[in-house]
Design a protein around this ligand. Structure first.
Ligand SMILES: [Zn+2]
Length: 830
């Protein structure tokens, strides 16, 4: 992977660009100047959309860096439903990655990141469906909470709230909820709990971040009435950063690596349009904040603060920022006394950090180990240094529980490093995993403790508090406890410091298929989270399943070490499915979680605790034939799934299709989107049709209707469309009940369409020649009945099958009916 190079590039510029959450900020004089400009702007903007990567980073970067507004992106979901172009993580784990990609994007463009508890459950055609699966009231309450807490002057919706059904239902829902929340946040009787906690709020105006695209064409947009539009120039150059806004936007966009959103920076003018929806229309239609006081005079006692800080920005001392510390301290003392709680709580820590940055005052607390167990003690090394000539005294160091780490007062003489060793005992009783995965939620909603709702990630479990005196001002500085080590190649590497359980267990295969009653040996990996542990593991199985032995013992010497124990699992005689769950016992304590680690260069190392389990499925399945050829497409697990039920699968290289003797294969399966991604398939259809003509069975899975390498993908005319059925519970009607494909070797009934996951299928053909027999019919609520999910045609002595049914999702999920139907597909010629 070459992500390293990309990340390395971003380090060249580091205004907000310390990509890893744990890595300390070390701003240079230009960046401190930029931060001072931010400090002197008292206005906030909230951008609202549905998914990680929906956000317009150009506008967010413009608001944060050009306007200097406090800017946040509220993404309703964490993007679990997307695909992962980097690695194997999907669903919750992909949501963890995309959460961190958003955090990294905001660190790049200077914004902040917020979420709701809504879960990205997959594609939805209409906001009605979305809001029925999400708990609409809870998501709305989270949007209200975000606005009351963040207190934006302006809110910008990414999507149009007025055209339900024209885009992803999550998108329209995000705009509809924002539109509704705009009026609710000022009413204390609505969601009174957050009104009490954060106060009510009145945003000044709501916009929709439109573009010519929403008007159909650039010509139509040129002619459109623009009296309700605000236009802003988002292509400005920032000399103090050496970058254009468009370049920062691309660096930010490029953090969405799991989505393949690497983006090349642009320079030069670029206008963004905002359609005014509600509130007060700005007097100046090129300034989203016009008419809103964004100076220090906005707050109680602010005028005197502005009188100090504004001249400092105008005459910024780039040669020696520390020379400004006395004035900054004056402002600090005044700000401490401001009665404006909201702005004080935001500006005081920002000013404090600015003072430290000006003096090169560096404070850090590093744990001696990467992780600890609940209630454990650990060693911490503290570094404190003042690299200015200003008088700085370190008065006190405590852990977050108030226990002293240092004894006595330390003077931080210019450029003389102080190192202090201490021990901290954590009171944490629970591990520090992504908080929204700790408790089981629903299909549409995550569960989250109230105090964490909206936060992008779980706060660091441990902190150290420094009381320092600079001049005559005293301040409390908080630092997360971090872990770092020296890597022989990368040098100093920071990692999050975690609280983790003493032991975890996992089963590598998440779905294990039993096509007959033969037992299988199941390996269980045990990982130690502590030095010197021993205990037992048992493997709990569903009713009717047998496991032997009853338990296995293990001993592990070092934290992080793993061992494997084996169990023999025998399925029942009849169809049955359920979960295998390893359970570790150490003394009188039990551990039932799996530790999943996620390690990519562009986001911090992630330790995620999940319930330790694997699905087992005993199928009543009959199969015919043995040798299956497989032509790889965009990637699916069909070979592994067919192997699990006893087939021999051979991958056929696309370049070898024309020269291989295909007649040895009982069936050939083509991977998903192969006709979109494999250029060679433009020249192989004759050979594949010949194979069918001679008695073979060819099965094509879904391809997208656009950008096909050839339109010629069947022996008869067939036209792909964007028709899809996203409701996995939708009723399936059988059109050709007597067709062999539904009767042999497995009799397919309604029961076989139960417990499907995520969707029925996608990109169904919508036109086909009379040689094809449509086998099934299905539809989403409010959509027409679709008959193109499974089409079969005889050709010569063989069979051609085109199916948009999402076998690529169902088989890895262990859905019995999908296996039985797929077995019939590959058995059709035998
Ligand atoms: Zn989206």
């Amino acid at each position: 992977m070459t992500l390293k190079n990309i990340v390395a590039l971003t380090f060249v510029f580091s205004v907000h660009l310390t990509v890893f959450a744990q890595q300390p900020q070390k701003p240079n004089a230009s960046e401190i100047y930029h931060n001072l400009q931010d400090l002197n702007f008292l206005g906030s903007a909230l951008y609202v959309a549905a998914h990680p990567d929906d956000e317009n980073t150009r506008l967010i970067s413009y608001l944060a860096n050009d306007v200097h507004a406090r800017t946040a992106y509220l993404s309703l979901t964490r993007g679990d439903g997307g695909q992962n172009l980097m690695g194997p993580e999907i669903r919750e784990l992909l949501g963890v990655i995309r959460t961190q990609e958003l955090v990294a994007a905001r660190k790049t463009d200077g914004g902040q990141q917020l979420f709701t508890r809504a879960n990205d459950f997959g594609y939805s055609k209409h906001p009605d469906e979305t809001l029925a699966i999400w708990n609409k009231d809870e998501v709305l309450s989270d949007v209200v909470r975000a606005i009351r807490k963040f207190k934006p002057d302006i809110i910008v919706n990414r999507f149009n709230h007025r055209n339900p059904g024209s885009t992803h239902g999550h998108h329209t829902s995000s705009a509809m909820l924002s539109f509704e929340a705009f009026d609710l946040v000022g009413d204390a009787s609505k969601y009174p709990e957050t009104a009490k906690e954060y106060g009510i709020w009145k945003p000044q105006r709501l916009f929709f971040n439109t573009s010519w695209w929403f008007y159909g064409s650039q010509e139509k947009f040129a002619k459109a009435d623009k009296s309700k539009l605000v236009s802003v120039e988002t292509g400005n150059y920032y000399p103090s950063l050496g970058l254009s806004n468009g370049e920062i936007a691309s660096l930010s966009r490029s953090m969405h690596k799991s989505q393949g959103f690497g983006s090349t920076g642009t320079r030069g003018n670029q206008t963004e349009y905002l359609e005014f929806l509600k509130g007060d229309f700005p007097k100046d239609n090129t300034d989203v904040f016009s008419g809103i006081n964004t100076n220090w005079t906005r707050i109680d006692g602010g005028e005197a603060i502005g009188n100090i800080l504004n001249p400092l920005a105008e005459n910024f001392n780039f040669k020696d920022p520390s020379a400004m510390i006395p004035q900054l301290l004056q402002a600090y003392e005044l700000l401490k006394q401001s009665k404006d709680n909201h702005w004080r709580s935001i500006k005081l820590p920002a000013l404090q950090q600015l003072i430290l940055d000006c003096g090169g005052i560096y404070l850090e607390a590093v744990a001696s180990t990467e992780s600890i167990n609940p209630k454990a003690s650990y060693k911490v090394s503290i570094e404190a240094i003042n690299r200015s000539t200003q008088p700085v005294v370190l008065q006190n160091i405590t852990d977050k529980y108030g226990n002293k780490i240092s004894e006595g007062i330390l003077t931080l003489a210019p450029n003389e490093k102080q190192e202090i060793e201490g021990t901290i005992t954590t009171t944490a009783t629970a591990p520090s995993s992504p908080y929204w995965l700790n408790e089981k939620g629903t299909l549409g909603m995550y569960a989250a403790p109230k105090n964490l709702i909206g936060l992008p990630e779980t706060p660091a479990p441990e902190k150290v508090l420094f009381t320092i005196q600079i001049g005559r001002a005293q301040m409390e500085v908080t630092r997360d406890v971090v872990y770092k080590y020296n890597d022989p190649v990368d040098g100093e590497v920071y990692k999050p410091f975690h609280v983790l359980p003493e032991a975890t267990a996992s089963i590598a295969e998440k779905v294990i298929i039993f096509a007959d009653q033969n037992p299988k040996q199941i390996p269980v990996f045990v990982r130690s989270g502590k030095n010197r542990i021993n205990g037992t593991v048992q493997l709990n199985a569903p009713k009717g399943w047998k496991v032997s032995p009853a338990n296995q013992t293990f001993t592990l010497e070092r934290s992080g070490e793993t061992t494997t124990v084996y169990f023999t699992v025998t399925p029942p005689e009849d169809q049955s499915e359920g979960l295998l769950r390893p359970l570790i016992q150490i003394g009188d304590r039990y551990f039932d979680q799996e530790l999943v680690t996620i390690d990519y260069d562009h986001i911090p190392f992630q330790s995620v605790l999940m319930p330790s389990e694997a699905k087992v499925s005993r199928l009543n399945i009959v199969k015919k034939g043995q040798n299956i050829g497989y032509i790889e497409g965009a990637g699916d697990a069909i070979p592994e799934s067919l192997t699990q039920i006893g087939y021999t699968v051979t991958t056929i290289a696309p370049s070898a299709i024309n020269t291989t003797d295909l007649s040895n294969y009982d069936a050939i399966v083509v991977g998903i989107r192969a006709y979109n991604t494999v250029p060679e398939l433009a020249f192989t259809q004759t050979a594949l049709n010949k194979y069918v003509e001679n008695g073979g069975t060819l099965i094509l899975q879904y391809n997208t209707s656009r950008r096909l390498v050839t339109e010629d993908l069947a022996p008869y005319p067939l036209k792909l469309s964007r028709d899809r059925v996203t409701d996995e519970f939708s009723q399936v009607k059988i059109l050709a009940s007597n067709h062999k494909i539904l009767n042999s070797p497995n009799k397919i009934t309604q029961a076989d369409f139960e417990n499907w996951v995520q969707e029925r299928g996608l990109y169904f053909p919508n036109e086909w020649s009379k040689e094809f027999t449509p086998i099934l019919s299905m539809k989403d609520k409010g959509s027409p009945q679709l008959k193109g999910a499974l089409l079969v045609a005889d050709y010569g002595k063989g069979h051609y099958i085109y199916t948009g049914l999402s076998f690529f999702r169902e088989l890895p999920a262990g859905v019995p009916g999908a296996y039985r139907l797929f077995a019939n597909l590959v058995s059709l010629g035998n």
